[in-house]
Design a protein around this ligand. Structure first.
Ligand SMILES: *Cc1c(COP(=O)(O)O)cnc(C)c1O
Length: 360
């Protein structure tokens, strides 16, 4: 494996984009109210539903994931939201809830620890809530929360809707929205889907549409009811990022050619290879055992390696980068992504380059 001609990203988003995807991205433009656009959306929609594990409509938002994360708060939270927090992205969601003028309560777990179903149960038992936010895969810490068990707890509370961010786990493992009873499931384009940043995908349950319809201040750009009305006609409320949708179609071709199950197995396998490498080199994992992401590895820098110098050397010698840790755990951790189109060959090459550039 030889280094790429550009700096290849092994950070947990954005990730490397294939030539094939870029080719699709530069497809000539079409009108967003044209038959060609409707055909394009209608063509990809069933495959999106399969990946979401839903019979509900799947929407395309011309925004990064945060747009839909904020939109979900505005469409769904009438009384009070419980924000499950155990990392940079989930902590921020609490702040966003308050900035939207909502009553919000923090369920804070230590970074590196999962949100446990019992904690959610205890919080909801106090009453007054009508929504919960959860990040499935906390990209900042590499913690994967027990989504299935938490969803089962939320189900016990009628009228409490579950909003789940799967930005860095979507398409790396099965997340069956309908079966789990998730009310809003959202993801972004630049992580596991290996598309450029700037597009988000989401789906909404019937209960969540009913709630949204009663909300007075849900705005326009992220109005779930507008999305629903437009999707029924294979369109989006405003001019969508058409280039991304062409790229998404190409990516869906890739995913279904590889096979969804094979794709999940590939992510698990590559993640396992990174884990073995970390152990072999005497590193520990930041995320608690049993709650580790399969799309990225957050390694604890228990050997006090100069991570910034390591990444600099990696970049100079092998034209690629890993991530040097997020926010308050910068330098104390580093993260290696195995999202997107990576293979055993590319991940093994990266690990060899990391060995070669490891500061002594
Ligand atoms: C990257 C990320 C986001 C934010 O995505 P943007 O594209 O910056 O809006 C949100 N949640 C998780 C879990 C992420 O990994």
């Amino acid at each position: 494996m030889t280094p790429t001609d550009h700096v290849k990203l092994f950070i947990p988003g954005p990730v490397e984009i294939s030539e094939k995807t870029f080719q699709a991205f530069r497809t000539p433009m079409i009108g967003h109210r044209s038959g060609d656009f409707k055909k394009l959306y209608a063509e990809i929609h069933p495959r999106l539903q399969t990946l979401f594990g839903t019979r509900q409509p799947v929407f395309i938002s011309t925004s990064s994931a945060w747009g839909v994360m904020e939109g979900a708060i505005r469409n769904i939270v009438a009384r009070k939201v419980l924000n499950c927090m155990n990392g940079a992205f989930s902590d921020k969601w609490f702040d966003v809830s308050k900035r939207c003028g909502k009553e919000a309560e923090a369920l804070q777990a230590e970074w590196s620890q999962p949100i446990l179903p019992g904690q959610v149960d205890a919080a909801l038992a106090k009453g007054g809530f009508d929504a919960v936010t959860l990040i499935h895969n906390e990209t900042s810490t590499g913690v994967k929360n027990p989504l299935k068990e938490i969803a089962a707890v939320v189900k016990k509370y009628p009228g409490v809707l579950l909003i789940v961010d799967t930005v860095s786990s979507f398409s790396t493992e099965a997340i069956p929205m309908d079966e789990l009873g998730i009310d809003v499931l959202l993801t972004g384009s630049q992580k596991a889907l290996a598309l450029p940043p700037g597009m988000a995908l989401f789906s909404v349950s019937e209960a969540a549409f009913e709630r949204a319809a009663t909300m007075k201040d849900r705005g326009y750009y992220f109005d779930f009811i507008e999305f629903k009305k437009n999707q029924a006609d294979d369109m989006t409320p405003s001019t969508p990022v058409i280039s991304h949708i062409y790229a998404l179609r190409s990516k869906l071709d890739d995913i279904f050619t590889e096979g969804v199950e094979a794709r999940y197995a590939r992510h698990a396998k590559l993640n396992g290879i990174v884990h073995e490498w970390a152990k072999k080199n005497g590193f520990e994992f930041f995320a608690a055992e049993g709650y580790r992401s399969v799309s990225l590895t957050c390694v604890k820098n228990n050997q006090d390696v100069d991570v910034a110098a390591w990444i600099k050397a990696l970049r100079e010698k092998y034209r690629c980068v890993i991530d040097g840790g997020y926010g308050k755990i910068k330098g104390k951790t580093f993260r290696i992504s195995n999202m997107g189109d990576e293979t055993e060959a590319t991940i093994t090459a990266l690990l060899g380059w990391l060995d070669d550039t490891l500061p002594s």
